[in-house]
Design a protein around this ligand. Structure first.
Ligand code: FAD
Ligand code: UDP
Length: 391
């Protein structure tokens, strides 16, 4: 088996699929992709539910990027539906834009007070500024701190406790910085120049990406049953494999938890189809003060699918990943201690010169889709340059 392939890729999500296409197309290499799920696309996979509504099985995915190369690359495999994501927070039944922006400010502080606070914020930080909640809480002006306390209590602390089981101060500051206080009336969730949804869905885009004569995809295959890694050598089906191996799964699992488990958060998704045209006022509503779930997404509003009389929604419940059968790790729990444990696995992986860790799990980082595409392209640039030097 192994001599038929020049390189091996574990995982058919963004990392694995982009790398497979690059190596097969630009490098003219024969690529084997092993994927343990019964489908391609990783966590971006979408499919029709029982009532025929297009849903994202692993939670809502909205494509956004400032990286022109990434956008052009994916545009080879899909057209786009123009879509700008808008999120509302449900604050005790009242809907307020998130990120917290100047419109949210006037809802929270009506009348003259709101006007005064707006002026203060604009003169302190400038129009259009993106201020993290943690830095806003350190403001010296007591009225700005009052705004910060309001946003902390009504947007961040309860949602963050649900999502991470920790307060905003306890988690990696880059996490809450993803959703800053926005000193403008732009009510979009993302401000990137390129935003949209793949016109026929993510899975269709992945299918085209993997549709290349140099690529073989084997679904329902856990690479750990086919690979063994010992003393710097990688065996595939018992025979030494000398080509590059790109691994996009959990690195602690790859090495049988030799140094202990890396912590992750998992999600339980609860879906429902309801006999109404529209369920809620935005595609995603964040429950920032109450309810056990973090958010509800109504898929028709994301995808633009027309389906009168019925709509499908999904609630997300977050909890610690335990490694039990069927659980999927979705988020690395970034902290100095966990990063140090990850570094030990990274060093172990580096003892296999042809093994490359790529992707959100394998790199133990909070990467969006576009970042993974960019990293996959960069890794393949490097591998193909090396190949050219050898030939
Ligand atoms: P994955 O998609 O996890 O793919 C890894 C693949 O490897 C999986 O298919 C897995 O089954 C397979 N695998 C693992 N181990 C093995 C093994 N041993 N053998 C065989 N196969 C294996 N990003 C955005 O840009 N916008 C969003 O709106 C957005 N929303 C998100 C919402 C949620 C709920 C989550 C969890 C993530 C979201 N993301 C979003 C992030 C996005 O999902 C990731 O950036 C992207 O999917 C990462 O791609 P990947 O290939 O690194 O990982
Ligand atoms: N967050 C929050 N309230 C919100 C939105 C986000 O507290 O209404 C915090 C929370 O800690 C969350 C982080 O900001 O985990 C990042 O949010 P994002 O929407 O980027 O999370 P993702 O979509 O990746 O789950």
């Amino acid at each position: 088996m192994s001599e038929h392939f020049d390189c091996l890729i574990v995982g058919a999500g963004y990392a694995g699929s982009v790398a497979a296409r690059e190596l097969a197309e630009r490098g003219r290499l024969r690529v084997l992709v092993l994927e343990r799920r019964d489908h391609i696309g990783g966590n971006a996979y979408d499919c029709l539910d029982e009532s025929g509504i297009l849903i994202h099985r692993y939670g809502p995915h909205i494509f956004h990027t400032s990286d022109q190369r990434v956008y052009s690359y994916l545009s080879r495999f899909t057209q786009w539906r123009d879509y700008q994501h808008r999120v509302l927070a449900n604050v005790y039944g009242r809907y307020m834009p998130v990120p917290f922006n100047l419109s949210s400010l006037h809802m929270a502080f009506p009348g003259e007070k709101g006007t005064r606070l707006e002026e203060k914020l604009l003169s302190a930080y400038g129009e259009g500024a993106r201020v993290t909640i943690l830095s806003l809480r350190e403001a010296s002006d007591p009225e700005i701190r009052e705004v910060a306390d309001y946003v902390y209590e009504h947007v961040f602390v309860h949602y963050t406790m649900k999502q991470w089981g920790q307060t905003p101060e306890e988690i990696d500051p880059a996490t809450t910085a993803r959703v800053p206080v926005l000193l403008s009336r732009d009510d979009r969730y993302f401000q990137d120049p390129y935003q949209g949804m793949p016109l026929e869905g993510y899975t269709a885009m992945f299918r085209r990406m993997l549709d290349h004569p140099g690529i073989t995809v084997e679904l329902g295959t856990d690479a750990r049953d086919r690979l063994s890694l010992e003393g710097g050598t990688i065996l595939l089906d018992g025979a030494p494999f000398s080509g590059p191996v790109i691994f996009t799964g959990e690195v602690d699992e790859l090495f049988a938890f030799r140094y202990g488990r890396l912590p992750y958060r998992t999600l339980d998704f609860v879906s429902e189809t309801l006999p109404v045209d529209q369920y809620q006022p935005a595609a995603t509503v964040n429950y920032t003060v109450d309810q056990p779930y973090t958010r509800i997404t109504e898929y028709k509003q994301l995808t633009g699918q027309v389906f009168p009389g019925r709509t499908s929604i999904m609630k997300e419940f977050s909890r610690a990943y335990t490694g039990a059968a069927g659980e999927i790790p979705y988020y690395a729990v970034i902290s100095p201690e966990n990063n140090a444990l990850y570094s030990r696995y990274e060093a172990l992986a580096a003892t296999f010169p042809r093994l490359h860790l790529l992707g959100r799990l394998a790199e133990y980082k909070y990467y969006n889709m576009d970042a993974i595409v960019a990293r996959a392209l960069a890794l393949c640039d490097r591998l193909l340059e090396e190949q050219e030097r050898i030939l």
